[in-house]
Design a protein around this ligand. Structure first.
Ligand code: NAD
Length: 510
């Protein structure tokens, strides 16, 4: 029985019915938006953008703060919707609300500083000219999101794109449409003008229609496979896209690591959201000298994780049966190829839903898919290494480069190692995924983990069209390099170049 069923009625409408991943009870249905509906939404968003983009930062911030308060006012409803469609424990749904509210509060307060018009001198032409940098909205931004954090993955780019003066159309995952719908409801309650935020529901067909509908930018979060398709489609239309894709994040546990922190830290970063986080720890490299102790303590603690489908839950069910099958396949294949199973390794017995036991594997090697491909489930493969150089070599030996973590008793040394990870972000004695929550930092992957940034200055400016304007302030009516060219002015230029590029004054003015 599939969690998501697609059907088509006589009028050609595509219908989806969904089940709760933890209980498999029916939770609702929806009709997919077709290409015409998506085009209509885009036209409406363009119209709304004219007045939204003309608002001051302060006026936009008032709306975004109202949206944040609307979320807080209906926190229990939002939690209920997130839990209904993902089966997450309440604590993990609350983490999504925290991320959404923090993003709204942060960008409402700080976007203006990053995006306000700036004036600067132009070094070579100083003092005759000045340079103005302005940040215009792109226009309409299409946001396409995955199912693992259905509320915050939409709300975070929404806050940034709106503060930059864009209007937004969100196409959530077909697996988790209802969090997007409640976000739209909250925008109405917060009084956002019509057309500033809209949701179109459907699968990849609707996502492709959104790219094709006349939007000015796509902000995509999802798998590498779909990211390539989205990147190609945007390339054909010459619209910019940000691609926030998958990861295979390594954790390196050094010989001097404080295991009282490293053991629960690695476990939480591997099993948070049942491992369905782009930046969850998917591989551990532990120094041989402490490996026995580390592995024993990890297994003891993983055995204590609760996964009761009726009561207390630490590691929730998986959100989609398709992903669960990938996890089962990777674990079975690794065991077949020589991995040793120390915990979990199968679905939870007698559970109705998609519960997969938190799993620990050792004796893994880099020819296994479990050490190379994204697993996106509650699985922690641990590899013993002779030293930190081997750990770094292996950590950097995948096509991904999203995040990673170093666990050590020496923070400075940890920083040195973190700088050598081929990743977009990293943490020392913490969960690398936390970087996504640090709004001051721009978050983006290397290699197959993506192109572009969300969050921070680079994320915010990615929602803008940057325009530079040179203003002539004073000086000669005719510039030295204007027509007519003649030998005298060429000689003058040679003298100027020699002066400017050789002298300390030139270097000072640059
Ligand atoms: P997915 O790529 O299958 O789907 C993502 C979205 O793309 C969905 O809304 C889907 O309907 C849509 N889509 C599918 N085909 C499309 C097409 N041809 N054109 C336009 N849109 C299309 O990903 P998923 O399974 O929903 O999510 C899991 C993936 O997301 C994992 O790889 C995870 O690592 C990644 N992820 C990355 C980040 C990050 O910030 N880097 C964050 C969360 C999740």
């Amino acid at each position: 029985m599939a969690l998501l069923e697609r059907s088509q009625n006589e009028q050609g409408e595509v219908l989806f019915t969904l089940k709760h991943p933890g209980t498999l009870a029916d939770i609702g249905k929806f009709t997919a938006a077709n290409a015409d509906m998506v085009k209509d939404a885009t036209a409406k968003a363009h119209k709304a953008q004219k007045s939204w983009g003309a608002l001051s930062f302060a006026a936009r911030a008032v709306y975004i703060n109202k949206l944040k308060i609307a979320i807080l006012d209906r926190m229990d409803d939002v939690v209920a919707v997130i839990c209904k469609e993902t089966g997450k424990p309440e604590a993990e749904a609350l983490a999504e609300i925290a991320a959404a509210c923090d993003s709204m509060q942060y960008y409402a307060k700080h976007a203006e500083k990053t995006l306000k018009e700036k004036s600067s001198r132009v070094h070579l032409m100083f003092p005759f000219k000045k340079l103005i940098t302005t940040y215009h909205p792109k226009g309409v931004v299409g946001v396409i999101t995955p199912w693992n954090f259905p509320f915050s993955m939409g709300a975070n780019p929404l806050a940034q794109a709106l503060m930059a003066g864009n209007t937004v159309i969100l196409k959530p995952s077909e697996v988790t449409p209802f969090s997007a719908l409640i976000l739209a409801e909250l925008c109405v309650e917060a009084g956002l003008p019509e057309g500033v935020f809209q949701v179109v529901l459907g699968d990849g067909v609707t996502g492709a229609a959104l790219i094709d509908s006349g939007v000015n930018k796509i902000h995509f979060t999802g798998s590498v496979k779909t990211g390539r398709i989205v990147g190609e489609a945007c390339g054909k239309r010459l619209i910019p896209c940000t691609l926030e894709l998958g990861g295979k994040d390594p954790a390196i546990v050094c010989a001097d690591a404080d295991l009282d922190r490293a053991v629960p830290g690695v476990i939480n970063s591997a099993f948070f959201n049942a491992g369905q986080a782009c930046a969850s720890t998917e591989r551990v490299y532990v120094m041989e000298s402490i490996a026995d102790d580390f592995i024993r303590r990890v297994v003891e603690e993983v055995d204590r994780l609760r996964q009761d489908d009726k009561g207390e839950i630490d590691v929730s069910c998986m959100i989609w049966d398709n992903q669960l099958r990938i996890v089962e396949h990777q674990v079975a294949e690794a065991i077949e190829q020589g991995a040793t199973l120390l915990a979990g390794g199968k679905r939870k017995e007698n559970a109705e839903g998609l519960f997969y036991q938190p799993t620990v594997l050792t004796d893994v090697h880099h020819n296994m898919a479990i050490m190379q491909d994204e697993t996106f489930g509650p699985v922690l493969p641990i590899m013993r290494v002779a030293d930190e150089e081997e750990a770094l070599r292996l950590a950097n030996q995948t096509s991904y480069g999203l995040s990673g973590s170093i666990w050590t008793g020496d923070t400075q040394h940890g920083l040195d190692l973190a700088r050598r990870l081929h990743t977009g972000c990293a943490a020392v004695n913490d969960f690398g995924g936390l970087c996504y929550g640090a709004a001051e930092g721009s978050f983006g992957g290397r290699g197959d983990s993506g192109i572009g940034y969300v969050n921070g200055e680079l994320g915010l400016t990615s929602f803008c069209q940057i325009q530079h304007i040179i203003v002539h302030r004073f000086g000669p009516k005719r510039e030295q390099m204007w027509y007519p060219y003649d030998a005298k002015s060429n000689e003058g230029m040679k003298k100027f170049f020699n002066f400017f590029f050789r002298s300390w004054i030139g270097k000072f003015m640059t």
